[in-house]
Design a binder for this molecule. Structure first.
Ligand SMILES: [Ca+2]
Ligand SMILES: [Ca+2]
Length: 236
């Protein structure tokens, strides 16, 4: 009886701290409305490619492949530069995810060298009509295995304005991109003009890890109530 009471208190406590904004895609049974954008250039110079890309189509679902299956991706060279694009429903004011993080798994194979500094992730700010771009692969990631990448949504990640050649984004410019969020683009394309394989899986976009003051306060008062109730049950 007592163990069951403790389990109930702990269970409710876990619920109260896990409430935070987040998006997750593991592509278990379909492409989860992800898209595939072809860009005229990678994010490596000037103000970056035109938004939202020359074509935007539904991302091909790979039911038998992934980490674990499925995932989204292709084996092709469609021409120009391909990026995986978040579902349209994710667009909008995502300022609550400031100081959070995005992690994702990426797989590729190629017969030619990886092109560096193309930008691995870009977020469109639809109010200021600009990209913020991060390049997380200072060296070529390992081909033929799932690589996990991550960025922080704050200046601890070197977000650049427009392209990897741009100025460092300020805290305010990162917040503006999240507030006017018009899509997060993840690098697919490995090498220009060469057929290769690239896949995406396990995208986790989380809000801040540290609970806000209000959450901590309500969690504390909840725990106190729960423990008081538990003590009364034990004494009874
Ligand atoms: Ca998967
Ligand atoms: Ca290619």
């Amino acid at each position: 009886m007592m163990i069951r009471n403790i389990a109930a208190v702990v269970g409710l406590a876990v619920l109260s701290i896990s409430v935070q904004a987040q998006y997750t895609s593991t592509f278990d049974s379909n492409n989860e409305s992800w898209r595939f954008a072809t860009m005229a250039s990678p994010f490596n110079s000037g103000s970056g490619p035109a938004y939202p890309g020359t074509t935007v189509v539904g991302a091909p679902f790979l039911g038998g492949l992934g980490n674990p299956p499925g995932s989204i991706g292709v084996t092709s060279d469609i021409g120009d530069y391909q990026y995986f694009l978040t579902p349209l429903a994710w667009n909008g004011n995502r300022s609550s995810l400031m100081n959070g993080s995005i992690t994702w798994d990426y797989y590729y194979t190629t017969t030619a060298p990886w092109n560096n500094a193309w930008g691995d992730i870009a977020i469109r700010d639809t109010l200021n009509n600009r990209w913020i771009v991060a390049d997380v692969t200072a060296v070529s990631p390992t081909a033929g295995v799932w690589n996990t990448f991550s960025v922080n949504l704050d200046p601890s990640t070197a977000w650049k304005i427009g392209s990897t050649a741009g100025a460092l984004a300020t805290n305010g410019q990162i917040l503006a991109a999240l507030t006017n969020m018009g899509g997060v683009y993840f690098r697919g394309e490995v090498v220009a003009g060469m057929v290769e394989t690239y896949r995406l899986d396990n995208v986790h976009w989380k809000g801040p890890v540290i609970p806000e003051a209000g959450t901590m306060a309500s969690f504390g008062s909840f725990l106190a109530t729960g423990l008081f109730w538990l003590r009364r049950r034990i004494k009874a």
